[in-house]
Design a protein around this ligand. Structure first.
Ligand SMILES: [Zn+2]
Length: 316
């Protein structure tokens, strides 16, 4: 009997080992993964995630639980990076996966998205909650998915910081606060990749997503080179509205003068519900989102592992 038990135990160990091995080879983000986080963050229960609201407190708790469940460590003493908006308490949520290379782990790649929204908007048919599904539960779910991926793989030589920003809608206040703080800490930032409004696909482009500030650095071209296909492009509409300055990447660009861009698949030409009460979870295309995230991950993997900092600003 004892022999049988130890034999079974051995079998169990072997099968666990082989399945762990398998898992570390392919980790695919499913549409259900992203749908689950968007469905919660953009639910009426969170009332539009306005900075200082009860809803955003719930959102932050959820994000912390998610990061913790993946095994992502808090970057500061806790996951929260507190700041004030006037008298209102606000907080970014910040996690870190340390790099596995003695030298390169001192260099940091930031993957970010804002998780706040505007709370309420103009009432339509009795609905006044601006749920902010595309803007930006979508980007937030991408950051969670990428954090989940790297915490399972642990194959990043550089350290990866995952940031969910608050008070973006109040004027990039969360990112301004954190960028300044990290600059003061003198971190060796390599690049900042921000996700916004990836919830719907383009139908009329030869690329999947655009980078804001496309012409300022070689990031978009490097991503295409790393992936071996035309994933990133330049949006004329994004350029016209200067979307580069409209999201949290801009605070990092201003503070560090390093490649900091937002990746997005919506430049307002392909979605009618920007800051509208109908920006709801059921309006998004989760197959598209999962596919976008799974497509971009190998490029981020490459960013976190190249011997040198290949992504650079263009000379002025
Ligand atoms: Zn946004």
């Amino acid at each position: 009997m004892r022999q049988l038990i130890s034999f079974l135990l051995l079998l169990l160990i072997i099968s666990c080992k082989s399945s762990a091995k398998k898992e570390s080879k392919t980790i695919t983000i499913t549409s259900d993964d992203v749908k689950a986080s968007v469905a919660y963050l953009a639910s009426d229960e969170l009332k539009g995630r306005d900075t200082g609201s009860e809803g955003i407190e719930k959102a932050a708790n959820y994000l912390e639980e998610q990061l913790k469940s993946f095994g992502v460590k808090p970057y500061f003493e806790t996951y929260r990076d507190d700041f004030l908006v006037g008298d209102t308490k606000a907080f970014n949520v910040v996690g870190i996966i340390e790099g596995n290379d003695e030298k390169l782990k001192n260099e940091v790649v930031i993957i970010g998205a804002h998780y706040d929204h505007i709370g309420k908007s103009k009432t339509v048919e009795g609905d006044s909650i601006a749920n902010g599904a595309n803007d930006n539960a979508a980007g937030t779910s991408a950051v969670l998915a990428i954090a989940k991926y790297f915490s399972a793989k642990k194959n990043n030589k550089r350290s990866m910081m995952f940031v969910l920003f608050s008070a973006e809608e109040k004027g990039l206040l969360g990112s301004k606060h954190l960028a300044k703080k990290l600059k003061e800490q003198d971190i060796d930032l390599y690049t900042m990749v921000n996700f916004e409004m990836i919830g719907v696909p383009f139908k009329d482009r030869d690329y999947v997503a655009f980078a804001t500030g496309y012409d300022l650095s070689n990031m978009a071209l490097k991503i295409n080179e790393y992936l071996g296909h035309n994933f990133m492009g330049s949006s004329e509409i994004a350029k016209k509205y200067n979307l580069f300055r409209q999201s949290d990447n801009y605070a990092f660009y201003k503070e560090f003068e390093l490649p900091s861009h937002t990746i997005s698949s919506c430049d307002l030409s392909n979605y009618d519900y920007y800051h509208h009460v109908d920006d709801e979870a059921e309006k998004l295309d989760y197959e598209h989102m999962a596919s976008l995230i799974n497509s971009v991950i190998p490029a981020i993997e490459k960013m976190s592992n190249t011997d040198t900092k290949e992504i650079v600003m263009y000379e002025e």
